[in-house]
Design a binder for this molecule. Structure first.
Ligand code: FE2
Length: 374
């Protein structure tokens, strides 16, 4: 495409988003599948906030009077519903109420008496039960076929939630890229909640990241069974004493007094990396000394398009998992490297009481790294 047309297209997209605030195209018609069920192209999608709190997002026709219907798995007689509320653009959201973490639920979107295909929602796991979570990063523009294949592999694993370590898309102001992202991740997003970490490519003036994932801030934390996950926003400078730094201090203190067993950190930029970008100096100098005061199991990042697991550095293992579909890049071996791979992959972390296990799985479903983290 000639450069002038590319620039004009980009300007048009920016103007469209700036004027309307819209990232998705509004659709006013309900599409039904062969069995008369509502077909929702890019949704519903689940976002994890806390035990018993999962927000269900859905792209719905404008002015929809839709409900989220949910019932205990295998017990449709327990069916309840909550209305979807308009959130932003064509995105609506609903929060199922009074979920019991010892139970599994089945949900569906209902509009004018018609239901969507049902999908599972699991609000939590009682402490003591074994569970896993998945992590993927850097799915942004490049190889959507690889992204799809990885999603297909991830859906084969039972997991409580999955963390995306950022760079969902290449250009956060391009509606087509978000549309593609949601289309590809839909099978996983409807099966388990997403935990979104902001990458440098996901940030825009109109706050698309926070709007799409229902977050007020790009830094937050949550608890699940016996673990706490701390999400750091590395797309902005962090200085000792600033708002985010104080939040991290407060949450780390909360973890220390909570009695929980494991603490994980998710942040887009890697504090330690043998990839083409190298160590993130800001995180290494400002955040790492703070994390080292606490018993962090692992810091999980993206940004580098490769895989790397370090030896414990002052007690913390650093994992780069940026092989979600972006063009792969080389990775060196540093003095701190335990394992480095140039591979499309995701990781699976399994918590069994006080033990933590890691598996790194490539695009063909093959385990390419395995370690006991605790
Ligand atoms: Fe990045």
């Amino acid at each position: 495409m000639p450069r002038s047309i590319k620039i004009l297209t980009l300007l048009f997209c920016l103007l469209f988003v700036a004027c309307t605030g819209r990232i998705f195209n509004k659709t006013n018609d309900l599409t039904l599948d062969d069995e008369g069920r509502i077909e929702l192209e890019k949704s519903p999608y689940q976002c994890y906030f806390a035990p018993e709190k999962i927000i269900i997002g859905a792209e719905l026709p404008e002015g929809s009077s839709a409900s989220l219907v949910y019932w205990e798995e295998g017990h449709p007689e327990t069916s309840r519903s909550v209305p979807f509320k308009e959130h932003w653009d064509s995105i609506y959201h609903a929060v199922p109420e009074e979920l019991d973490i010892s139970k599994s639920y089945t949900c569906a979107v209902e509009i004018d008496g018609k239901k969507s295909r049902s999908f599972p929602v699991n609000p939590g796991t009682p402490p003591g039960d074994e569970f896993s979570f998945l992590v993927i990063g850097d799915t942004r523009a490049g190889n959507s076929l690889a992204h799809k294949k990885l999603m297909n592999e991830m859906t084969k694993h039972a997991a409580a939630f999955y963390i995306h370590t950022g760079d969902f898309v290449h250009d956060a102001t391009d509606p087509d890229q978000w549309n593609e992202f949601f289309e590809i991740e839909r099978p996983l997003l409807s099966k388990m909640p997403n935990v979104a970490v902001a990458g440098n490519h996901d940030i825009s003036d109109i706050g698309i990241y926070t709007r799409l994932f229902f977050r007020e801030e790009r830094f937050y934390s949550f608890d699940y069974a016996n673990i706490m996950v701390l999400v750091i926003d590395s797309t902005v400078p962090i200085e000792k004493g600033d708002r985010q730094y104080r939040f991290l201090e407060k949450e780390l203190e909360r973890y220390e007094s909570s009695g929980m067993d494991h603490l994980f950190v998710a942040v887009h930029h890697p504090p330690f990396s043998s990839g083409s970008h190298g160590d993130d100096t800001m995180l290494k100098e400002t955040v790492v000394p703070l994390l080292e005061k606490y018993s962090v199991v692992a810091v999980m990042s993206g940004h580098e398009h490769n895989y790397e697991r370090t030896k414990p550095i002052n007690g913390i293992v650093y994992i780069v998992t940026g092989g979600g579909g972006s063009p792969l890049r080389p990775v060196d071996i540093s003095s701190f490297t335990e394992k480095a791979l140039i591979a499309l992959h995701f990781i699976k972390v399994t918590i069994r009481g006080e033990s933590v296990f890691l598996k790194t799985i490539d695009i063909n479903g093959k385990v390419v790294d395995e370690a006991r983290l605790r």
